[in-house]
Design a protein. Structure first.
Lengths: 476, 476, 476, 476
């Protein structure tokens, strides 16, 4: 349903393949489909190893040993576009006029399909269906004009729009690029003279690196063993950080745009209790996604926090299973309720989101079967009413239950005694950002970049959106 | 360091391979090395599929479809004896006078090596180094005398001693056997006319089965589609449930011999606080093993419980890595401290055990590097001073730091401000068993069954053991 | 249809795993299902590596490096009994009273099933369906009585009957055993102080070893780095060398019991022409099995020898394909006729045998489609009328076309203009052995060892058998 | 050393994946590194499956079943350029303005590197190092100009030079293209309304197809289910068929440009005897490459032809082994001499070529060790003195022994009693082509297409080349 990619780039005075490998493991939650590393070898050639599977599976120690070099980039992929298969793994390389260009990309360039069609007409045959090929070949084309990487990147950025973090190796140099609205996260760190850019601070932590700052909106950053140089593209004076990174996607120990994810989730939980309390005995998270929110809620409510649903860590992640039926069955096989905690109790169940509703319905039934007297569901995001076009894999409106049903209808579908989502103002307040510094497209239907057929954020105000903070209760 | 196997057996009026598969996934925490299923096919033949890896990896849906039949057994293996490799995977089958005998075994038969040597002298060539071959061929030999499965099993049990749960397919019938001291867990359940035995209740839960009771000490249980029949071997009037199943090994949502594992762990945590308090600001668990103990401790202490160490779920389990150095490195790579929770705080760190001490030292340093003012370590088991001979993979005394060092020496080694282990009386009381119903061999050096060179439990009393409850503090 | 195993054993003053590996490659034509090597390591342990596939696929150089030791045995398997799968790969080891016993076995012990049933009644559970387990455990049992390997082997030989070559590692010593009728081939050689036993001289050749002699009927040979010691079991004064090794199975450059296989095949071809000439223009072999016979025939006939059927070497061997239909299709896909050689010509087509007749029919049609005016088929073995119980995989009488049809009926079935098999006296004469020194069971129905329900060779004489030398022609 | 690729394309009224699979098996000798098939599916999409290994290994029956469609192309690869690995496997696809373009390519476009550099300057980033990407993207570019496949292919051909056969799927149509000098073979056939183009007639034979004709020099052929349409590019009035296809590369049952390969090889052997006879007793081929030549030579000489070197078919092909040492060892392991044929005899040894000379030296020694009195070597190609730039993998001049040594020096190096190569006029005469219809670059150093730094064929005449027909004898 939701997922993205993770990227890391390092320049150092020592070999970087192993640090990149460890950094990718710390970003593994951002993508489990494939992993890859490109290294600038002695003499200027770029060597790449990429394979399907987890980072641990994709690389042997021999693979790492072969990737000798002091500048490199790495990628873990979930796959928002293009089919599965190693041919879609990144980094992606092209031979250009200034030598090999390698790209590790996190995000979605929304007008890539238009460019693809336009360039086909100009005679560009594309060897893959991957949008990253469009990006990297557009860049190679700019490079042929200017021979200047920074100028070429600026020209590229002037032509594309969307959510993106690019790490480029261009002609023996390393560049990190963040889109002008800073939709996707990208941080900068340093340890012992190695400079690192990565999707999340967890990759800095595992390498013992100090966090320096976030890469800025629209910034082009060149990293060298001696430091970093910044080239800024005029940005739009506002940002559009993806709020869903905070609510679900990032690891809870990451610091995103200055905010510890765990804290943000806790504060949303507390806000949710203020907005939508209920007479309950215990607070139970859906593991692992609802845990931080449930802790904040339980503290605010001064209620016992109970991990009453135990997750089987050896079963593959729910959303990877193909087909709806398997997905339902899987909930049962992954979660085991502890009866002693639940029996005869009124339970407040906390999770980060409801997409289709089928998983939540199954969990509510698990709790009822285990003897729960009442089940009150609280969700730490507003209802998802609109697709994400900017990097999260969240198909069409048809598949989003909240796009087509009221909160009370959803409550009935999931068979809960009550249901509440955090309100938009509640969410924004708890995250500590201003409304206009976030991308809230999927919960408002108004997007920070132009999407054909959708509204722009600038044309809307928060007040006009459906009120999510209201609790819908079962009528007795 | 510690680990065991998991077993499940089902008789039903429908195909059992898929339920056994799901049951094995719910027992996966008991062994990740190999998985196998044996099914009694139409016509009396036994078909087996086994392979290295997790249950999900070892079986495809085609494998399960081929295993058609209404009676079967399954096994996941960690491997206490014998090398790795699929030739050591179970179930293990022999062709006997009454047809195929298949065995899934959890435990250690301590006198199997003696039988092996004795039988070699009688001309028995053994095709593997696996002790289960000794067991299953001794049974085949008994069967040739009596042609009566129950009598053969009784004869077998009269010759062996140790910790064992056997699931046997013998001549189209299914038998479950638990050793006379009930050292290893084995439970009985039922759903829709299917009867199930399994190592833990988690396997019953995932199948929607009702827990009926534990298999009794020394019991031989025959399961049929119509119910079960019990044949008891005169037991010793006492039990010796492995306390380490409660402290570490079982899943926290299992009910072991009537006790919910999560509750037992919480109570030990609370007792630990009573025995060994300290002036601290927050309670932090080592995930996942210290979590329930830390929750109990934090509640008893009325202190904030903080999950300040975040585990990377995509990194392989620490103890599977070969070599000491990798083990140390791995702690760093698996655990990420959340600085904001730790900085400037006095931390009480809770885990289930200390074996070598190297991992704990590394975690203490992680916390200090993240700014902890003090680190007080609390352990929910007494010091491990003696090897386990009864199913847990815990090598020699040399490798056990507590066998050769005082608590204060260990405190110095792990660089903690204070260190305390739960006391033996405290542990026993918190578990809710009498001292003589538990196997405490590894923390007392006195064992419930005869082990050459070691003391017997009956010759000792708890009072004489090293006092573990004492807090050792750093002298300022 | 027909196939067996290959074995090799070496004692040396240097590591033997690599020479055994090369020897197995030179025996690869004897079995492609699995390959294995057991080596006596320092300290007396036996290490084994075995895997499915060709020798090249089963062993990496690391595998060989791990198998350090100066005494060892190797095996390639086709599989006459027991299912496929690595659990049936050899060598097979048992732990016995005198240490590890390892066995590499080529042949069939015809009364193994009786022993298996008898021993089950005595309480021996068998962990496989492989007859080699029966042999090796019977030997372990004898060893427990005598502790004397030679005596134990003699006792074993007194209880079993059949066609067998055993290579045993027993208590750090290497023994080679050939059955009293010397049905299967086994040769002895030497190079630079290494002593070698192997199924065929090709394994000696590849190692640069000198052929010393064949292992004798009923001989037990112990090999040491200093030479070899012979222990003979009283043999029956006659032999029963499998004639089919000469006709089809052995490699044409092997010397079997003193006879170069290529020469024997050529002489049969010449004899066949004398017995059954025809007015033809060219002689064409079915590659590769008919080549040597066709060369001898063409020379005798003074006719042009033309390799007019080209074999695709990249297609798997015909008889490995499951199912009759695939087998037919495969002939087409493996053989390509050269039209220019065939068109308008009368062809004499030579092959080594006809089992079902379907393959030959297809080849005859290939030739006719390519324009052959006439196709005269000549076969260098007599009609196969009876199953082989002694090591060749040649199922039941139902599957043998010659068991149930006259030569003329077969001629009609394969749509040939004429068909002739070599006569029994012709075959025996061409091979250069006396009739009573060969096993001719499959072409006479009279066997050299007792087979329940079949005649014994001693009760018959050649004269009474169906006259094979006669040519059956199409009536115009 | 020498090798190329194989291609096949089929249009039919039925599914073509399985026929293409069978056709690729019949072309397997042209490349064993990877195999692939692209099929035009319903709706116009192109589906491709490619993998490393033999055709049998690269495709399962499920893979073929998924490739449903009535028009497709297939490829087996040896790899003349670019590294190994599945990313270099073909067919190669690009998305173009007229839909997917897929290419299966056999040959070498000699100016592809120039185009690559030129296009890089124009901003074309190349995602692989494979020259086929240059070709297919140049075509996509032409298509964007014209939208007319035939015109686009003509424009492409006007820009490239070299040896090539292209099979293209372009916008739901199938095109076959042969370079203007017809350097590489490509034939056209038909069966039951299916039209087929393939590298050799063996692929037609296996499918039961009739050979129609060779694709003509410079011809663009469009295949449809109703027949074929020809578009000819003005060719150069001459051809340059690779003579080495006849001498070594093609399968002996192929008909190349109207000549049966087996016959051509026989005639060269006969010519070689006429040019360079010797007093010998037998003629022995190096299997399999020298067989047809040796047969022709033996017939011409009226000497016995003896297959005295037996090849182990289970050992991988010599030239695939990395490193010189292994290559030498491998000769020993692959070839076994039959002593009885050789001992005391004067042997004439026939092979197709000498590249480095090391293999031949080893074979001469094998024969001497087996007792040959004299060894006279005869080679059915002239000395290789110059690299091949047109599709055969024959590195640099340094590696070609004949580029730097006289025939007598080579004779000394290989330790032969005499050595002779066929003369250039002898070769050309035996093949039955005129000198100017062949590419003889590697034996003359004069090439039919412009190669920077090399002479053009048109500037030379045969007379001026080193006289190869001379026999160099050991001076006693």
């Amino acid at each position: 349903m939701w997922d993205k990619c993770g990227v890391i780039g390092i320049v150092s005075t020592e070999d970087v393949a192993t640090p990149i490998f460890y950094g990718l493991r710390a970003l593994q939650h951002r993508g489990q489909e494939s992993a890859g590393i490109s290294i600038l070898a002695e003499g200027g050639a770029v060597r790449t190893h990429k394979a399907l599977g987890l980072v641990d599976q994709a690389f042997t120690s021999e693979d790492l040993a072969r990737l000798s070099g002091r500048l490199g980039i790495g990628h873990v992929r979930y796959g928002t576009a293009g089919g599965r298969g190693v041919e879609n793994a990144q980094p992606l390389s092209v031979e250009s006029v200034v030598g090999t260009v390698a790209l590790a990309h996190n995000g979605d360039v929304v007008n890539a399909p238009e460019h693809r069609e336009r360039l086909k007409l100009k005679g560009w045959g594309f060897v893959s269906e991957n949008d990253s090929e469009v990006v990297v070949r557009m860049l190679a084309n700019e490079l042929a004009q200017t021979h200047n990487p920074v100028k070429a990147i600026k020209d590229l950025m002037s032509k594309i729009r969307g959510a993106y973090c690019f790490l480029f190796i261009i002609g023996e140099r390393l560049f990190a690029v963040r889109d002008p609205l800073a939709i996707k996260p990208l941080v900068l760190g340093e340890v012992d003279g190695s400079y690192i850019v990565a999707s999340e601070t967890t990759a800095l932590d595992v390498l013992g690196a100090e966090y320096i700052r976030d890469v800025e909106p629209g910034e082009i950053l060149e990293l060298t063993p001696h430091g970093f140089e910044s080239h800024s593209v005029a940005n739009e004076g506002s940002t559009a950080h993806c709020f869903f990174e905070h609510v679900y996607f990032a690891r809870s120990d990451s610091v995103l745009d200055g905010v510890l994810v765990h804290d943000a989730r806790s504060r949303i939980g507390a806000r949710l209790w203020e907005e939508s309390p209920a007479d309950v005995d215990i607070v139970v998270p859906v593991p692992d996604s609802g845990r931080a929110g449930a802790q904040g809620l339980a503290e605010a409510a001064d209620l016992p926090y109970k991990e009453a649903l135990i997750k089987n860590r050896y079963v593959h992640r729910t959303f990877i299973m193909p087909g709806q039926d398997t997905r339902e069955l899987n909930v049962k096989l992954k979660l085991n309720p502890i009866k002693r905690f639940i029996e005869g109790r009124r339970v407040m169940l906390v999770d980060d989101s409801i997409v289709r509703g089928t998983t939540m319905r199954r969990i509510v039934h698990l709790l009822r079967d285990a003897g729960a007297k009442e089940v009150h569901v609280r969700i730490t995001s507003p209802p998802i009413v609109s697709p994400c076009y900017l990097g999260i894999d969240m198909h069409t409106r048809d598949q989003l239950v909240a796009a087509n049903h009221s909160v009370d209808e959803i409550r009935t579908m999931i068979d809960a005694d009550s249901l509440a989502f955090v309100s938009l103002p509640g969410l924004v307040g708890a995250l500590g950002f201003s409304q206009n510094s976030l991308c809230l497209g999927c919960v408002t239907g108004a997007y920070p970049v132009e999407i054909p057929g959708e509204r722009l954020r600038s044309q809307t105000s928060l007040g006009q959106f459906k009120e999510a903070g209201k609790v819908e209760k079962k009528t007795v």
